[in-house]
Design a protein around this ligand. Structure first.
Ligand code: NAD
Length: 457
């Protein structure tokens, strides 16, 4: 089939590459000239394991090409995927300006029947507006088209794998013809392809992300109780996860979720619920808990070193919002670093992939970007882990102890093994578990932290 992907970011570029690998002829379209030139030159604008190989192979075999011209890009396509960004707007709702812009341009340039598919995450009702905008802008009023919603569920860091082998595919449309075409596109998949009405399809994406975010906030709340009661949240999560009905994923306590999807999607769903005159109390709690986790972690650091961190140096591991990506959008690591710097600390930071993006966000004042985990720890007052990269689990702790001024670790992602770390003489502050050396004062600290998270900071 002939396909077009508008927007060549994490979703559009991976989509274009993977769908061309399935034997389709695909054009990737982006307004960002630099990005398109880069991809054409065989360099990837984002870090995603396996992406470069799929793009290069399919480009070489003439199934995949890129352009900045939407008119040319969609000319022969039977299916046009909209994959532009839908970031959080000022009201908390999704900013749909890029979607509207693309819909207008599609209307002006469509010359033959096409299915216009929204892969971007968009609030319930958006596809109906997309249809209307395309219709209003049609240059040739006789041209027929249909719209469909086909939300994307990939995880950054695993996007090629996820796009190739999705758990499930959801397609919503009010057109039987469009559903038939979309089913043909996905006919080789062995996993379920759910077809439904457009509004339910749009809602499935938000409900799924909100549920996963709720799972994270839930385990973080359990972690708060564990810290107070002397239980270990990692063990509790393991025990819970063995129950088939619960499952082990998204049960890792930490400093909260971030990234380009969960925060904005949870916020957008909350806005949708308010617009429908419904108070989604649980979702409000999910967001509040997420903020509190970060404050609680910062409080542990300031309790240990004092509110004024002037002259203190921290070796920070992790800048990306999660492991396996260079994406720092809404990264909790970036927020924690900003707070630490604001309290006077100097940062030595290392991330396997996200350094260049972090530099653009954090600048170079009060922070030094290091080329390895060990160089980040040199002469630091403590090690602070903010992203769960696999390589941090295998940190050389003997070397870390030698490099640090004092053997103190704040592990915001519960990456290290507490028993091992404590047996080596480190003072270890993790999430959802008590710190051995300060057990006596933990209760007072936690009470103070609770006051602080209730709005005093
Ligand atoms: P992104 O910011 O990485 O990519 C968006 C791309 O669209 C950019 O390259 C931008 O230049 C391009 N673009 C913007 N306006 C355009 C226009 N008028 N014409 C052509 N191109 C244009 O975004 P992303 O992370 O790929 O996310 C895209 C959508 O997919 C969002 O709605 C997001 O919520 C959703 N989504 C993202 C993920 C993820 O993990 N990143 C997962 C599932 C769903």
């Amino acid at each position: 089939m002939n396909l077009a992907f508008i927007g060549t970011g994490y979703v559009g570029l991976v989509g274009a590459a993977v769908f061309s690998g399935w034997g389709n002829k695909v054009v990737g379209i982006d307004i960002d000239k630099k990005k398109v030139e880069m991809i054409k030159a065989g360099r990837m604008p984002i870090y995603e394991p396996g992406l470069s190989e799929v793009v290069l192979r399919n480009t070489k075999e003439n199934r995949l090409s890129f352009t900045t011209s939407l008119a040319k890009g969609i000319e022969d396509a039977e299916i046009v995927f909209i994959c532009v960004g839908t970031p959080q707007g000022v009201t908390g709702a999704a900013d749909l300006s890029s979607v509207w812009k693309v819909a207008k341009e599609i209307g002006r340039n469509i010359r033959s029947y096409k299915v216009i598919v929204t892969k971007s995450t968009v609030p319930v009702g958006t596809n109906e507006s997309v249809k209307e905008i395309i219709r209003e802008n049609l240059t040739n009023k006789n041209v027929k088209f249909d719209v469909a919603s086909n939300p994307e569920f990939l995880r950054e860091g695993y996007s090629v794998e996820d796009m190739q082998n999705p758990d499930r595919t959801v397609v919503g449309s009010d057109s039987i013809k469009a559903l038939r075409i979309m089913k043909k596109l996905y006919s080789h998949l062995e996993t379920p392809v759910l077809t439904c009405d457009i509004r339910s399809s749009e809602m499935i994406k938000y409900a799924s992300n909100a549920f996963l975010a709720a799972k994270i906030s839930f385990i973080n709340e359990i972690g708060q109780i564990c810290e107070r009661a002397g239980a270990d949240v990692s063990v509790v999560a393991e025990g819970m996860g063995l129950d088939d009905r619960i499952g082990p994923r998204f049960l890792r306590a930490g400093i909260g979720y971030g990234g380009s999807c969960f925060p904005k999607d949870v916020s957008a769903l909350y806005k949708t619920s308010s617009d429908q005159d419904y108070d989604f109390k649980l979702l409000r709690g999910v967001m509040e808990v997420n903020e509190r986790q970060r404050d609680h972690f910062l409080f542990k650091i300031s309790r240990h070193f004092g509110e004024n961190l002037d002259g203190k140096k921290f070796g920070v591991l992790g800048l990306a919002f999660k492991e396996n990506t260079d994406d720092i959008r809404d990264s909790v690591a970036i927020k924690v670093i900003r707070s630490l710097r604001g309290m006077g600390a100097y940062i030595r930071a290392y991330d396997p992939q996200a350094t260049e993006n972090a530099k653009k966000e954090l600048g170079e004042t009060g922070i030094r970007y290091c080329k390895s985990a060990s160089s980040a720890l040199k002469d630091c007052d403590a090690l602070v882990i903010l992203t769960e990269w696999k390589e941090f689990e295998f940190l050389d702790l003997n070397l870390a102890k030698k490099l640090l001024k004092k053997p103190v670790i704040f592990d915001g992602r519960n990456v290290l093994n507490r028993k091992e770390v404590e047996s080596m003489g480190f003072m270890y502050f993790a999430v959802g578990k008590r710190t051995k050396a300060v057990r006596g004062i933990d209760d007072r600290t936690l009470q103070a932290s609770a006051i602080l998270s209730n709005g005093k900071r």
